[in-house]
Design a protein around this ligand. Structure first.
Ligand SMILES: [Zn+2]
Length: 107
């Protein structure tokens, strides 16, 4: 997998080719509803409209994705400090640190 079709669009980091399908699958799993909960434990009643990475980065597996409404998504991505979320400055987990370039990546 050394496709670079996403190289031009850095807005959301690198998304997989099947992102749309993945997103639909995450929404379906979560019942097409935002998964955030109020302190009282009540689930957010708004419909799922954004697919959010729980841990920002390149992990696009279902377990790292969740459905959010636009409001919660905006508040969370805003709280992460803006546009360069995929830089994962706050998530410097020693075991998960990877070099920027893949070994097999020419150039
Ligand atoms: Zn919500």
């Amino acid at each position: 997998m050394t496709q670079r079709s996403w190289a031009g669009s850095d807005r959301r980091g690198r998304l997989p080719d099947n992102w749309r399908q993945l997103r639909q699958a995450v929404f379906a799993r979560d019942g097409w509803q935002c998964v955030m909960r109020a302190p009282s434990g009540q689930r957010c009643p708004r419909p799922a409209q954004e697919c959010d990475h729980i841990t920002p980065g390149d992990d696009h597996s279902m377990s790292n994705l969740r459905s959010l409404c636009t409001l919660h998504h905006a508040s969370i991505t805003g709280a992460q400090g803006g546009r360069r979320v995929h830089k994962r400055a706050r998530m410097a987990h020693p075991l998960k640190r990877k070099p920027e370039k893949h070994p097999g990546d020419p150039g």
